[in-house]
Design a protein around this ligand. Structure first.
Ligand SMILES: *[C@@H]1O[C@H](CO)[C@@H](O)[C@H](O)[C@H]1NC(C)=O
Ligand SMILES: *[C@@H]1O[C@H](CO)[C@@H](O)[C@H](O)[C@H]1NC(C)=O
Ligand SMILES: *[C@@H]1O[C@H](CO)[C@@H](O)[C@H](O)[C@H]1NC(C)=O
Ligand SMILES: *[C@@H]1O[C@H](CO)[C@@H](O)[C@H](O)[C@H]1NC(C)=O
Ligand SMILES: *[C@@H]1O[C@H](CO)[C@@H](O)[C@H](O)[C@H]1NC(C)=O
Length: 440
């Protein structure tokens, strides 16, 4: 054995959980020459089935219709290469048309906003803003197929912009940009639009991240159901937004409540490396951690969202946290001030379940979520409060979105390095997609 130098460090490995210890390690009969140490198996659960590889734009969302059509979004608020400039053909929502190609959806025209810089309004070149066109898609962060097989597109209205000096910033939105757009998949046309007013989608703060639906006719007087949306703002105004799909009205709840805020100095480790936050990707700090302070901590709040199979409970988790929270939806629906006090008291902290981005529910009430630090998808059972690992694979780096397909499979959009992968694994215990069973 090589002599240890003073620059080495010792690590005592004593974790005794592995059931697959090499037989030789049990053989104490004078054989300490030939043996292997137990090691992390790194793979568990059903093998990942590859569904789609993205070689071009960076996706963050996946939605699967009842007939198996698949849609992804490519957020202009996370990558300047996802921003349509009026003529570059870039789209923020696409349909997956072959195992490695995507096509603008519903149309390239709808993905090409008409402002001076396409998705960017450059009327005041010193103060660019997101284009305020209600008829176009500006910077979409999420796509979801609801229990009635309709596609919903969640537009933040906030693209990134690159200044001449290279600085990259997330622009404020303009009214008309932040919206929830419903598309009828039988005609591929828009049937509904919820435009968020500036007091709900705060122009320089709100980042509409993900959305779930409760379509029960008795939840609002309009009878068309509601949408629940996370505001993952990186500037602190986090909360949950509720939208009435009949009247188009919307309101904010849990404003800056501890359960929607990022945890301070939260540092996840992804593929073994600490993940810090770089404020201006155009000017990443040079140097290394021995010479420079950490660039920053991930500042995103409430991000992942899932609704219980019966519609009564909303689960959510901040991006910068390993905790999972829930609240009764009945209190999110009430708009009086008294409900706010009840609401904050009714928040349930389910404890640590792994750092996640997107989440999804199945018909058995199981919540699936990424455990990005363990290259895994885990399942949380609200009935028992326990979490189990569903699948682990070194190819999983960051599970952005989970989507339950009609066939009882979980599709998971993932990654930061090309090609980005869309993988599929079966749900636990033969579960299926939630609803439309609970639709009245
Ligand atoms: C260890 O393995 C080597 C190579 O297979 C063998 O020659 C040697 O006899 C083994 N030693 C013991 C103690 O079993
Ligand atoms: C938009 O992008 C295309 C392709 O990169 C480029 O040719 C065109 O000049 C750009 N337009 C503007 C207004 O920047
Ligand atoms: C680049 O220019 C913008 C707009 O003038 C300014 O806000 C920003 O601070 C500049 N970035 C750097 C690194 O100088
Ligand atoms: C809606 O109806 C279901 C039963 O169909 C009931 O369990 C639920 O409490 C009702 N919700 C509201 C908000 O009235
Ligand atoms: C960190 O940067 C300093 C200054 O550039 C350099 O001397 C040092 O070797 C670097 N350390 C590592 C671990 O890269």
């Amino acid at each position: 054995m090589a002599r240890l130098t003073t620059f080495s460090f010792l690590l005592l490995q004593t974790l005794g959980l592995s059931p697959t210890v090499n037989a030789n390690t049990h053989n104490h009969a004078n054989n300490h020459e030939n043996f292997t140490f137990p090691s992390d198996p790194s793979v568990s659960g059903a093998p990942l089935e590859i569904i789609h590889a993205y070689f071009g734009q960076w996706p963050t969302g996946i939605a699967v219709s009842q007939s198996g059509r698949m849609f992804s979004n490519f957020p202009g608020g996370l990558d300047p290469a996802n921003v349509n400039n009026g003529s570059n053909g870039v789209f923020t929502v696409g349909e997956l048309v072959s195992p490695n190609t995507e096509k603008a959806y519903p149309s390239l025209e709808m993905n090409t906003p008409p402002c001076s810089g396409g998705a960017i309004d450059l009327t005041d070149p010193e103060n660019p803003v997101g284009c305020g066109s209600a008829e176009h898609l500006v910077a979409v962060q999420s796509v979801v197929v609801d229990p009635k097989d309709r596609l919903w597109i969640l537009d933040t209205g906030r693209p990134m912009y690159t200044f001449d000096n290279g600085s990259v910033i997330l622009l404020p939105s303009s009214y008309g940009g932040p919206k929830l757009v419903g598309v009828d998949l039988t005609t591929d046309t828009v049937f509904m639009q919820v435009l968020f007013p500036e007091k709900v989608a705060l122009p320089g703060d709100t980042y509409l991240n993900d959305v779930r639906f409760d379509l029960r006719s008795n939840v609002t007087s309009s009878g068309q159901g509601v949408a629940y949306i996370t505001d993952s703002s990186s500037t602190g105004q986090n909360g949950i937004i509720v939208a009435d799909l009949g009247t188009g009205e919307s309101w904010r709840k849990l404003e800056r409540h501890a359960s929607v805020l990022p945890e301070e100095k939260f540092l996840p480790f992804v593929w073994g490396e600490p993940l810090y936050y770089v404020e201006d990707p155009g000017h990443p700090l040079s140097g290394n951690l021995t010479t420079t302070p950490p660039p920053g901590y991930i500042p995103m709040g409430s991000d992942g969202i899932a609704i219980s199979a019966d519609g009564e409970t909303l689960f959510y988790c901040p991006l910068s946290s390993r905790r999972l929270y829930s609240v009764p939806t009945s209190l999110l629906l009430r708009r009086d001030d008294a409900a706010d006090t009840e609401l904050t008291e009714a928040v349930v902290d389910h404890g640590e379940t792994g750092q996640s981005d997107g989440m999804e529910t199945d018909s058995n009430g199981i919540i699936y979520k990424g455990n990005n630090e363990a290259n895994a998808v885990v399942a949380f059972n609200p009935k028992t409060g326990t979490t189990q690992t569903v699948v682990r694979d070194p190819r999983i780096g960051w599970v952005d979105t989970l989507s339950v397909a009609e066939d009882g499979y979980l599709e998971s959009g993932d990654g930061r390095k090309r090609p980005f992968g869309l993988f599929r694994v079966p749900l636990l215990e033969g579960a299926t997609k939630v609803g439309p069973s609970y639709e009245a």
